[in-house]
Design a protein around this ligand. Structure first.
Ligand code: OTN
Length: 456
């Protein structure tokens, strides 16, 4: 008999979203040309003039680095529209670029389509240019622009509702806008903030530095976190008994700023920093939203591309061989043949290990084929069945009798879609996963031990 779900569970959009693991963010707009981050909405549209815009170059970077989805800023808080919106004059149609006939959203969507990347849109809820901001007329304006973007550019996989400057926007605004999104693009993930959390498929993680909490629960109480400043911890860690399933999306820029500034060309995050960010986001039951600022030409600089390639190299070379494969595996509370612990190392998400319903704890012991040296652990729960395990530790042994704790993997709490732990290399013939607390019997589809490659 299949285990029953416990607590809030993800919807189909959230399951698809988790599998992206990394999403690219592209901050490109008027600020790129005024060397600003938060323009006041007064810059002349004439200033927007990329000399060599090539969205194919952007998506080629992502394709090569295995990043399956990208979100473009279509309008930031300065109000300038990267597409020729019918609802304002403050857009590319009054720029020098292509004599006013250009459309960045169109070029972006076409490049995404050609390279098999899922396109998403940031349509800034805050607007410093439009004097109707915060009034019912602004609600109409924003809804019209949402419709334009969701009707005319093919499938849009995520819409990003930045909370910055958005305090005036009440639930009423978002109720209408969420309805527009759901009606026009049912598969579109909503990144929510502040008053939009009740419509959100994913939440802000409470910082822009690239780290989720430990633990990091996918569940949260969406009403209490609306006042974000008082709930940074809950945003960062989630809430174990949260009433809604709203997992964390970790937005961080590969450079200090969101928009391109030439003076930051030597401040692109190092591969070591990106590797830390990967473990602290993807490795903590979250999705990483990594920002790239295209430059004034409209291109991603080579240094950003090289760092991204190196990150992908590290991911692929770390996780290519699960050293627990071939182990003989035993557990205390087997559910039955279909849920055999061997399913944990078969590299398949559709075969699971599950414990018997009578227990919320378990011990799963892996007798390795030979002594192995490893410095990374990976655990993955079956998220469709909710957060089940709430306490776990991993130990190792050279004889199967005397066990040594891995401090970094001791007294852990959440698992979720994916939990990764890094530590100093250990050599062992046996590894055991102790599930020490849970809301229901454990259900996991993967357990892995890995060795990070030396050079990067
Ligand atoms: O000054 N800020 O507005 C600010 C500074 C540091 C970190 C975040 C913010 S705003 C914050 O941005 C988030 C996205 O990174 C979310 O949209 C939050 O709702 C918003 O308040």
């Amino acid at each position: 008999q299949a285990p029953k779900p416990v607590g809030p569970v993800p919807n189909a959009r959230q399951i698809e979203w988790y599998h992206r693991e990394i999403i690219a963010f592209f901050h490109f707009g008027m600020n790129t040309f005024t060397n600003d981050n938060e323009g006041d909405g007064k810059a002349s549209p004439q200033l927007f003039n990329p000399t060599a815009l090539n969205c194919k170059q952007w998506t080629n970077v992502l394709k090569k680095a295995g990043i399956p989805c990208a979100i473009l800023v279509a309008k930031h808080a300065d109000g300038f529209c990267n597409w020729p919106s019918a609802h304002t004059d403050y857009s590319v149609k009054n720029s020098k670029w292509k004599n006013g006939r250009g459309d960045v959203v169109k070029e972006f969507a076409a490049a995404c389509k050609a390279d098999g990347i899922k396109a998403g849109i940031y349509l800034g809820p805050h607007d410093r240019h439009d004097s109707r901001y915060g009034t019912p007329a602004y609600s109409d304006y924003y809804a019209s622009q949402l419709s334009e973007l969701l009707r005319n550019y093919g499938p849009i996989w995520e819409i990003w509702w930045d909370g910055a400057g958005a305090d005036k926007l009440t639930t009423e605004f978002y109720t209408r806008w969420a309805d527009t999104v759901r009606r026009l693009q049912p598969q579109c993930v909503v990144f929510g903030t502040k008053n939009s959390y009740r419509f959100a498929d994913c939440r802000w993680v409470g910082n822009e530095s690239g780290f989720s909490g430990d633990p990091c629960w996918s569940t949260i109480n969406p009403n209490s976190i609306r006042d974000e400043a008082d709930h940074i911890k809950e945003l960062n860690e989630g809430e174990i008994d949260g009433t809604a399933y709203v997992p964390a999306e970790v937005d961080v820029s590969i450079r200090p700023s969101w928009f391109y500034h030439p003076e930051e060309d030597n401040k692109v995050k190092s591969v070591a920093t990106l590797w830390d960010i990967y473990f602290n986001s993807v490795g903590r039951n979250s999705v990483l939203l990594l920002n790239y600022p295209p430059n004034k030409e409209g291109l991603i600089p080579a240094v950003d591309t090289q760092r991204t390639d190196s990150l992908r190299w590290l991911i692929n070379n770390t996780f290519k061989t699960n050293l627990a494969k071939g182990a003989s595996i035993r557990s205390l509370h087997v559910r039955g043949a279909k849920y055999n612990p061997a399913n944990l190392v078969d590299n398949s998400e559709s075969t699971w290990y599950a414990g018997s319903d009578a227990f919320t704890t378990d011990t799963i012991t892996f007798q390795l084929a030979s002594a192995k040296t490893f410095d990374v652990l990976k655990l993955q729960e079956v998220i469709e069945l909710g957060h089940r395990t709430t306490g776990w530790s991993v130990d190792y042994s050279m004889d199967g009798k005397n066990w040594i704790a891995i401090p970094e993997a001791t007294g852990k709490q959440s698992i979720g879609y994916k939990w990764l732990v890094r530590f100093r290399p250990v050599t062992a013939t046996h590894v055991r996963l102790r599930i020490t607390a849970g809301k229901a019997c454990p259900v996991l589809h993967s357990f892995g031990i890995y060795k990070q490659p030396k050079a990067s």
